[in-house]
Design a binder for this molecule. Structure first.
Ligand code: URA
Length: 235
């Protein structure tokens, strides 16, 4: 016999509904297992064998995988490199066909999403969608009100590149929070450097609704929860 999983969990694992919404669908009689209405989330089913449908549409759940990595410094955001260690080298073999969504510099730490869902990755990275990315920067200096205003107005980089309006918040003690709606090459470093406040350390804290799980040590990863997948796909 194959694995037996709870029906409410299976529904939530598709990422299309939160666990709470999945329970509601069940209660409303909109879920069918092998053609019969099933109202109990406790019902165990084998996802490989059972045909589970919502409003008549049969579901697939093993389609894509999503991991959150707390990227450590010193590894490349790439799938392979002949000389240097990449983020994929941090994962066990069963995850080797995932790819990183966007890029963090070699020395940047923090939230990196890895998936094999190309459509979602494309959506998150598309400049049209302006998904917020938040970073904690350690800088040489302190952010002041003029810097905050300049970020809000849109920084113009040394090569003439114009940045979208961004949020900057001082945390004191040489730290600040930067929220960007785009992802140009070395953007946080270049923006702060343009204000004479060079970055000495950078960590990504969030991307859209996805927050770095602070219980993950650098180099550790975990699958996204059903809720996290749901929030991402809602974008
Ligand atoms: N901005 C940078 O400068 N580096 C990163 O890794 C991410 C954003």
């Amino acid at each position: 016999m194959g694995k037996q999983l709870r029906l409410d969990k299976l529904l939530a694992d598709t990422g299309r509904w939160s666990r709470k919404d999945a329970k509601l669908l069940l209660k409303q009689g909109r879920v069918q297992v092998d053609g019969s209405v099933e109202k109990s989330g406790d019902r165990k089913v084998d996802p490989e064998l059972a045909a589970v449908a919502v409003d008549g549409e049969v579901l697939r759940w093993t389609e894509y995988r999503y991991l959150m990595l707390n990227k450590p410094g010193g590894v490349l955001t790439a799938t392979e490199d002949r000389r240097q260690k990449t983020v994929l080298d941090l994962l066990p073999p069963e995850y080797r066909d995932l790819f990183p969504v966007g890029r963090l510099d070699k020395d940047t730490e923090g939230l990196l999403l890895l998936t094999d869902d190309g459509a979602l990755a494309h959506h998150l990275l598309s400049p049209r969608h302006h998904v917020d990315k938040r970073y904690l920067a350690n800088i040489d200096g302190e952010v002041d009100a003029a810097d905050v205003q300049a970020f809000r107005d849109g920084i113009v980089l040394g090569d003439g590149t114009v940045c979208l309006s961004a949020e900057l918040e001082s945390m004191g003690q040489g730290q600040c929070l930067v929220t960007l709606r785009e992802g140009k090459f070395h953007q946080v470093k270049r923006m702060l450097a343009s204000r004479g406040k060079p970055v000495v350390g950078l960590k990504r804290l969030s991307m859209g609704p996805l927050q770095l799980d602070e219980t993950l040590k650098p180099g550790e990863f975990r699958p996204l929860t059903a809720e996290e997948q749901f929030e991402l796909k809602k974008l």
